[in-house]
Design a protein around this ligand. Structure first.
Ligand code: 1PW
Length: 215
């Protein structure tokens, strides 16, 4: 009977997905990166409808990458490294302004990459927070330190408003569905180095190819 029962969502499984992202020689698999993001979106949606505004753009970008991966040139989209090489070599990236290739894999993944930094900073704050810490404050601090620098003021305002609707720390920990607060903290301690690894490797690839400012 358990097989038909809908599997309970756990943030641990989502974060585990990111550990599958890294190949032996530290390349980042787009398949698992996208899968990790699908999980994060499910998590965001479970926080309430205010967050569907935030997740909507992520969903759109996830689909763009999934389509490239499943498309006729999909073999070039196995890893972030192979995607960057392929798109640059084939002139498929708009480097100075959005023009012929408004939805290149490189510029699309860059947006998720920046958002992953936000997630990393936010989860690190949650991990080291005390019982009376405010999730909305931790979330906006993490946002201001990272993603906000790439957003115009309308999105910044809207995001700031959405953060105010985040559930408090106890509920937030429950929604993660990992276990006791101590278990959540331990899980985050294991997951964060992996997310940070994926982030740093991607950041290096983008830095090497001077792609961090793609329009
Ligand atoms: C609690 C879990 C938190 C996970 C982090 C989720 C990040 C979601 C991204 C926020 C998106 C806000 C609205 C969209 C803005 C877009 O303009 C922007 N997209 C992103 C992902 O920053 C830039 O994309 P664009 O307009 O250049 O295509």
């Amino acid at each position: 009977a358990n097989t038909v029962e809908e599997k309970k969502f756990s943030l641990k499984e989502v974060l585990d997905t990111f550990s599958l992202c890294l190949s032996e020689n530290k390349e980042v698999y787009i398949e698992h990166y996208v899968e990790g993001w699908r999980g994060l979106v499910r998590f965001m949606n479970s926080l309430g409808s205010v967050f569907s505004f935030i997740s909507k753009d992520a969903v759109n970008k996830i689909e763009i990458l999934a389509n490239l991966l499943n498309g006729e040139n999909g073999t070039h989209y196995i890893t972030i490294q192979s995607m960057v090489k392929y798109e640059l070599d084939s002139g498929l990236v708009d480097l100075t302004q959005r023009d012929k290739h408004p939805e290149s894999g490189c510029r699309t993944l860059l947006r998720l990459h920046r958002a992953l930094r936000w997630l990393e900073l936010f989860l690190e704050r949650l991990r080291t927070s005390s019982e009376d810490s405010k999730t909305s404050v931790m979330c906006s601090e993490a946002y201001n330190e990272s993603l906000a620098q790439h957003h115009g003021w309308i999105i910044r305002k809207a995001s700031g408003m959405a953060f105010c609707y985040l559930p408090g720390r106890p509920t937030f920990f429950e929604v993660m569905n990992v276990g006791t607060p101590e278990e959540v903290v331990a899980m985050l301690g294991e997951a964060l180095p992996i997310i940070s690894d994926v982030y740093n490797i991607t950041e290096n690839v983008y830095t090497q190819h001077e792609l961090l400012q793609l329009p």
